[in-house]
Design a protein around this ligand. Structure first.
Ligand code: GUN
Length: 297
């Protein structure tokens, strides 16, 4: 029997596990605050940001919502980030990626105060993660670790194939999994568009994490029996329905399910966890900034 890993349920556990920490902050007179900055007309980005804001409100985090027209000069975005860095009510700052071409994403990410960088994308935080001293684990890979733990999948000694080498998912995922830690200690192979024989690699894996942004790239015949499959992909493909599209992952779910011992669906797998771990990082940022001791789930 294949376990379908329920990301919504695990995310709900994380959210309710944050309640004690949020209450402890409230007792200390602190309301955690997250600023989201959206500079895009992309409907998917707009949806992600509004879901993040709704999540915040539901758990008792103040959401500060900034929308900039995509034609806004880059300097205006940088000075908004400067203002948010200086604002004591804002504990976390998230600039939704991608930003328009005239904005240099590296410059924006470096501008964010590393102590407020709840995405974990600032080079200081990337360096700390690689050095085994993470301040903020990037939300998606951290969520993947929580999902694996939720179904008692041990990463220690496991052969993990990460498909994709993005700064947001693939690289931090690989770095987290090789750490000397209970949710690390894996042997990790990172595959990407230049990998010679992807199927040969994925067939060797105990765990496959697909984060490459290619709809249904990983099919059942590329997996061995009893592989654990984590699908990070969220791809809109044309469909004959009211919306005109449907969401599919980077894994062809139906064929992969036949081989997998456990698999995440799309939607309802990794996506809700990314959002839950953003709340987690925001609460951590608030607790550290305000010097309040909290227990995190
Ligand atoms: N775009 C896609 N995923 C993410 C994310 O996790 N954080 C930000 N800031 N932008 C994204």
């Amino acid at each position: 029997m294949t376990t379908i890993i329920d990301g919504n349920a695990v995310a709900e556990e994380i959210r309710s596990g944050l309640t004690d920490a949020i209450d402890a902050l409230e007792d200390a007179g602190v309301k955690p605050g997250l600023a989201t900055v959206l500079m895009s007309d992309d409907p998917a980005s707009q949806t992600y940001v509004s879901m993040k804001q709704r999540d915040c409100e539901e758990v008792g985090i103040e959401a500060f919502d900034y929308e900039l027209d995509p034609d806004t000069p880059a300097d205006e975005l940088y000075s908004l980030v400067d203002d948010l860095n200086a604002d004591d009510d804002v504990h976390g700052i998230l600039v939704q990626m991608p930003v328009p071409d005239h904005v240099d994403d590296r410059t924006v990410l470096r501008r964010i105060d590393p102590a407020k960088d709840v995405d974990g994308f600032h080079p200081e935080n990337v360096g700390r993660l690689v050095a085994g001293d993470a301040r903020f684990k990037p939300c998606t890979p951290h969520g993947v670790q929580k999902l694996l733990a939720s179904v008692d999948v041990e990463t220690e000694g496991a052969d993990v194939v990460v498909v994709g080498r993005s700064d947001i998912v693939g690289k931090p995922m690989a770095n987290l999994l090789i750490q000397k830690a209970d949710d690390g200690n894996a042997t990790v192979t990172v595959c990407h568009s230049r990998t010679k024989d992807l199927a040969a690699k994925t067939r060797e894996a105990d765990i496959v994490v697909a984060a490459v942004g290619v709809p249904e790239l990983i099919t059942g015949d590329m997996l061995s029996e009893d592989t654990v499959v984590i699908d990070v992909g969220v791809n809109r493909v044309d469909a004959d329905n009211e919306k005109g599209y449907k969401l599919v992952g980077d894994v062809e779910f139906d064929s992969a399910k036949e081989k997998a011992s456990a698999i995440t669906p799309v939607p309802g797998g990794v996506g809700p966890m990314t959002r839950a771990m953003l709340l987690w990082n925001t609460v951590k940022a608030a607790a550290e900034a305000e010097g309040v001791d909290v227990d995190l789930p």
